[in-house]
Design a protein around this ligand. Structure first.
Ligand code: FDA
Length: 284
């Protein structure tokens, strides 16, 4: 598992993450740091994750890195105590704002979607503009969420969605998910949102590039986001094209649980890993 994880996770320690981000920055890429840890079962664990984010944010300033953070609400206590979770998020959002930085709230499985969007709305209502959200193209509700958020001109990362969800609430076919992805980013841009296009799928990247060209969007309206260690050649190509590219950099002690959970949650992951290992062994 460690060998498989090596490529997708910066390491167990903050220093590993700092090294990874520095290397990305030197290659013209921005980063977003993710402290591994989700579905915590106690308030202490949630506070420990918050404290690790505070250390990470301090390191970003000390080391002069071009990075922000991505947080998971269940890691900050959503399923333990919603008020504690909100307080943890508010502390991080305020700390980020003090340094002109941004906090992205990742989207987890569908049991958390409504609570996550509600918290985002409360933050925005309180004037916190340095916070963004994620919408998952696989969910049938996503276009409704886009329309409900539109007036806020939100900063939205759109991704396919990594969790396996029941067919009543989620599209299953690749084409249906791609269709919804395209609709979501087009409507978000139309509403004046900033869109982070988070995918390694050439078809969606091409579509997004087409809209960016057609509308003449500047860099303030979009960025591309990829996962650490995935399709690096695509990230390099986008950087060469003058686009902003941000890499999602997970790190932390929970690397084993994280890798295992991703594999269990989504059988597609096992296919990617197998393909990737095969390619590395074959072309070493
Ligand atoms: P798709 O799965 O079709 O992959 C396209 C191609 O990319 C594949 O054919 C393969 O070659 C390659 N590829 C993709 N993933 C790979 C992997 N892990 N290893 C090796 N190759 C791989 N999800 C979520 O539910 N909530 C969230 O908050 C986020 N946040 C997020 C941030 C960022 C920056 C990214 C890039 C992704 C997420 N995701 C996420 C995950 C996302 O929902 C989705 O599961 C993955 O990005 C894979 O979907 P693609 O759009 O890349 O397409």
């Amino acid at each position: 598992m460690r060998r498989l994880s090596d490529r997708y996770i910066a390491g167990a320690e903050l220093t590993d993450a700092v090294d990874a981000v520095r290397a990305l920055n030197e290659a013209g890429k921005k980063a977003t740091l993710d402290v591994l840890g989700e579905e915590v079962s106690s308030a202490e664990e949630a506070r420990a994750i918050r404290a690790e984010y505070e250390r990470a944010m301090a390191a970003i300033e000390d080391e002069g890195l071009d990075a922000n953070v991505s947080v998971k609400l269940t890691g900050l206590g959503l399923k333990v105590d919603e008020e504690l979770c909100e307080e943890n998020v508010r502390v991080l959002v305020r700390a980020a704002a003090a340094n002109g930085r941004f906090v992205r709230i990742d989207m987890e499985d569908s049991s958390t979607t409504t609570a996550t969007l509600d918290l985002y709305r409360r933050l925005r209502a309180d004037g916190h503009d340095n916070v963004g959200i994620v919408l998952q193209a696989m969910l049938r509700r996503t276009l409704d969420d886009v329309r409900e958020l539109a007036a806020l001109q939100p900063n939205v990362r759109v991704c396919k969605g990594i969790y396996v969800e029941p067919a009543e609430i989620a599209y299953v076919g690749d084409e249906a998910i791609r269709f919804n992805f395209r609709e979501a980013i087009a409507e978000l841009w139309e509403a004046g949102a900033k869109v982070a296009v988070a995918t390694h799928d050439d078809a969606i990247v091409e579509y997004a590039l087409g809209l960016i060209r057609e509308h003449g969007f500047g860099l303030e309206r979009y960025e591309f986001q990829l996962l650490l260690g995935v399709r690096e050649e695509l990230a390099d190509e986008l950087v060469r094209g003058g686009h902003t590219v941000r890499i999602y950099v997970p790190y932390g002690q929970k690397w084993y649980e994280y890798s295992l959970r991703r594999l269990q949650e989504n059988p597609k992951m096992a296919g990617y890993v197998a393909k990737d290992v095969f390619r590395r062994l074959t072309f070493r």
